[in-house]
Design a protein around this ligand. Structure first.
Ligand code: HEM
Length: 474
């Protein structure tokens, strides 16, 4: 062990350390406060024996999570998460294989294969917004679920209460509890998993069994359905059908390879649904608070797309302002404001844990919604980095980021092309101001909010209607 001091942080109590000072909501605000109090963008906390290092600047995250990615890319091990998921998220061989498979299916080129699915789900979003503009969050949730289930399994979800979505949501809820550091005593004392069921305090074992069943059902049931369909010759193309197709039927480890394909597909809903919902919700909130940005985007879309058709992926390069707006959505309200924890695999030292003064602020005016910050003379400005941290760091960077960005893009451009999105107005004429509040959790989700969504013109409404009729006939 090096003799350098630990980074600064709030005073620790014997045994429990900072456990009872750990913030449970809006964590980033407390962390920022501590970072100011201790004049350091690297803070050390102790949650009953577990060391937590909080990095509060782009410089520190870049230096450690990016440049030293090889030792900063493990994940904390939570026994209850392993029970639920059935596999480990650490940086071992299994994770490497998962990532390879993910990369093959979701790199920038491969992600184009899913554009038709995204476009279809986006049309369904427009249809829902036209018919019932009251609850945006419900509609964007449907869109995200529709994309993931179609991409992963080729399964078309039901308009409401789809059994797979209900299962996946229950599993996500369990996961959010299982991954709170220190939530279960077995996180701190792993040997506890060997105590008998009747032992006082062994309630977590019952929970673990329940969650194991839930986790298995979430991953197994849609997989089994797709395999039946493949055998019957009526499966829609999907990640599963493509990946299974590449496995050699005579390979001795065919079973293991299939198991891995199933696990990777099982990760997609958990990793890709709530995150996409959060970003889409933020898009609508951003437009409510920035009518000017809406007008600029609509002018750009009208000039390029006209009003005789809906935008499609072929327009992406020709709409720099919409590109900048989507970047700004991801930057303005980060989907994972405290990031997803990485874990350091070996001891490391970092400038005596102190950062030099005068670090460069990458984004001036961080709280303002300003798509223009990504543009120069009306074109994407290569000198301004994208909202990279939105998708994480180093070897753990989000492997679904291309799919996520294009889903967000098509939803944003289509909604802007066809609707005027404004604050809702009460019957007495009072404007309903959104609170812009987010629910606590690893993925930061906007509270449901009210807004007014009206077709921009008779022509826009007709275009959506024509598309609905078209889909009905095909
Ligand atoms: C707007 C949408 C999304 C955002 C903001 C987002 C963000 C993130 C972030 C911040 C991480 C953690 C990276 C790190 O630990 O440094 C992550 C991990 C991950 N994301 Fe995404 N994500 C999105 C959508 C998706 C989608 C659609 C998929 C899959 C189809 C996906 C799959 C994954 C997976 C599998 C991981 C775990 C990677 C690993 O631990 O190796 N994400 N994402």
């Amino acid at each position: 062990k090096s003799t350098l001091p630990l980074p600064p942080g709030p005073p620790k109590r014997p045994l429990v350390g900072n456990l009872f000072q750990m913030p449970s909501t809006s964590e980033w605000e407390t962390y920022t406060e501590w970072s100011k109090t201790y004049d350091s963008d690297i803070i050390h906390l102790d949650a009953a024996g577990t060391s937590i290092i909080v990095l509060s600047s782009a410089k520190a995250t870049g230096d450690l999570l990016e440049k030293r990615s090889s030792i900063y890319s493990d994940r904390p091990r939570f026994p209850m998460v392993v029970e639920l998921m059935g596999w480990n998220f650490d940086s071992g061989e299994q994770w490497r294989k998962h990532r390879r498979l993910f990369h093959e299916a979701f790199n920038a080129d491969a992600s184009r294969n899913y554009e038709a699915i995204e476009q279809k789900a986006c049309r369904e979003l427009l249809r829902r917004l036209l018919q019932d503009p009251t609850d945006v969050m419900v509609h964007v949730r449907h869109m995200a679920g529709e994309i993931i289930m179609a991409v992963a399994y080729g399964i078309i979800i039901l308009p409401q209460n789809d059994p797979y979505i209900v299962l996946a949501r229950d599993a996500m809820y369990a996961l959010s509890i299982a991954s709170i550091p220190g939530r279960f005593l077995v996180d701190t004392f792993p040997l506890l998993k060997y105590i008998p069921d009747w032992f006082p305090g062994a309630g977590f074992k019952r929970k673990a069994r329940e969650w194991r069943k839930l986790g298995r059902a979430t991953v197994d049931l849609p997989f089994v359905e797709v395999k039946h369909k493949i055998t019957a010759g009526n499966a829609s193309p999907s990640f599963i059908s493509t990946a299974l197709d590449t496995i050699d039927t005579n390979a001795p480890d065919r079973g293991q390879q299939e198991q891995m394909v199933k696990e990777v597909a099982g990760t997609m809903y958990g990793a890709g649904a709530d995150t996409t919902v959060s970003a889409l919700g933020t898009f609508f909130l951003a437009i409510l608070s920035n009518p000017e940005a809406q007008k600029k985007a609509q002018m750009e879309i009208d000039a390029v797309v006209g009003n005789e058709r809906l935008p499609d992926f072929g327009d992406r390069e020709s709409l720099p302002y919409v590109f900048a707006l989507v970047q700004e959505v991801l930057r303005w309200r980060n989907v994972t404001p405290i990031a997803i924890p990485h874990s350091l695999s070996v001891e490391d030292t970092y400038k005596g844990y102190r950062l030099p003064a005068g670090s460069i602020a990458v984004y001036p005016e961080p709280f303002a919604f300003k798509p223009e910050r990504f543009l120069l003379n009306g074109k994407p400005n290569p000198a301004v980095p994208g909202p990279g941290a939105a998708f994480g760091f180093g070897r753990r960077i989000c492997p679904g980021k291309h799919l996520a960005s294009s889903s967000l893009w098509i939803a944003a451009v289509s909604a802007l092309a066809t609707f005027d999105i404004t604050k809702a107005v009460r019957e007495d004429g009072q404007i309903i101001e959104p609170t812009y509040e987010y629910l606590p959790g690893l993925v930061s989700m906007p509270f449901p909010f009210k807004c007014s969504i009206k077709p921009r013109s008779q022509r826009a409404a007709e275009l959506i209607q024509a598309m609905i009729d078209d889909d009905l006939h095909n």
